[in-house]
Write a protein that binds this ligand. Structure first.
Ligand code: APR
Length: 322
């Protein structure tokens, strides 16, 4: 006979649905499954693609030794009851394209897939990965009517871990010993906060001269474009998938982790009704709180410029929906 505690136990594992089985979506599926974080349902509009990726990953299970279920499908019904929906559907950049060049096409795709996913998972937390990131995150929130804390965009973690890597590469230190913080929009106007970048607590301003720091910040701003130029066939996907996976883990494990994410601002940093990269505590309710760090006048002006640019594109995207 089972004890009362056992009989009340839920048999359902956490489930993450990933919409878009391209480079980012398939790599994110692999990361989540191999870390045994959740079962994954991978959805794409192209028939066979998510099924093939799911089967390929399933066939590695005996070596990777995880027990996550992986389903590939074109049918949103299979995503029902997901805890998290990660949206990667849409076009990726080609050389010479900015993230904003993707605006019109990805607006339609992202709004459509968010509605379809929401219909089967009304309680899910949405993580948006499709670019232009801050705009797409706003559209998902606006068109789903979800509470703002349940919608967030993945960019700050990626931008910060790019800067973290560049600092480590420059100094020849362990990457894990470096912390970096990048705020603002995911684009040329992102705002790396040099004062909050350290190597085991030592500010990088003590370890590098100003010109070196400026060079690394510039490389971070162009981090996505640098990869697009090298690959020629699409954008970065390993680091974006790792970054999204970190957010998934913080939510599923209720870690209350302080991570930069595109979150809905309601007056924080003097900005209203916009999604922008800010430090957030992420846990099982999504964005549990937004941390307002002190900014210098120069940093505040840069954040406001970033906000103006995102707002302009939000208006263009919203107009294109009518
Ligand atoms: N429904 C479902 N899937 C779709 C839809 C749709 N309406 N439209 C496109 N897709 C799928 C494509 O079929 C493709 O498999 O989205 C996937 C996108 O994959 P890639 O082209 O490989 O792009 P990827 O590199 O994964 O980037 C996806 O993430 O980082 C961002 O800028 C990047 O916006 C881009 C997104």
């Amino acid at each position: 006979m089972s004890s009362p505690a056992t009989s009340q136990m839920s048999c359902k594992s956490p489930q993450v649905s990933i919409i878009g089985a391209g480079k980012v979506g398939s790599t994110l599926t692999q990361r989540i499954a191999e870390k045994n974080l959740a079962d994954v349902v991978l959805v794409d509009i192209v028939e066979g693609l998510p099924q093939g990726i799911a089967l390929d990953l399933r066939e590695a299970q005996g070596i990777e030794l995880h027990d996550s279920k992986i389903i590939g499908t074109n049918d949103y019904a299979e995503t029902a009851g997901s805890d998290i929906i990660a949206i990667t559907a849409g076009l990726a950049r080609k050389p010479g394209m900015s993230r904003e060049d993707l605006l019109q096409t990805n607006t339609k795709i992202v709004v459509d897939v968010a509605q379809k996913a929401l219909a089967y998972s009304p309680n899910a937390i949405f993580i948006v990965i499709t670019n232009p990131l801050d705009v797409m995150t706003y559209l998902v929130w606006k068109t789903t009517n979800l509470p703002p804390q349940k919608v967030m965009g993945m960019a700050g973690v990626l931008d910060s871990c790019r800067l973290q890597s560049f600092i480590a590469m420059e100094l020849g230190v362990l990457t894990a010993d470096v912390t970096a913080m990048v705020l603002g929009g995911h684009g040329d106007l992102m705002l790396p906060l040099t004062r909050y970048c350290t190597v085991r607590g030592v500010p990088i301003t003590e370890l590098m001269d100003g010109a070196t720091i400026d060079r690394l910040l510039e490389r971070t701003r162009n981090g996505g474009a640098e990869i697009v130029k090298l690959l020629q066939t699409g954008g970065a996907f390993f680091a974006p998938a790792s970054s999204a996976c970190l957010m998934v883990e913080a939510i599923l494990r209720n870690q209350s982790r302080l991570l930069p994410a595109a979150a809905y601002l309601q007056g924080e940093y003097g900005i209203k009704d916009l999604f922008l990269g800010v430090p957030c505590r992420l846990g099982c309710d999504g964005v549990e709180s937004i941390l307002e760090v002190k900014l210098t006048d120069i940093e505040r002006n840069a954040l406001e410029a970033s906000a103006r640019s995102v707002r302009k594109n939000v208006e263009i995207a919203l107009a294109s929906l009518h």
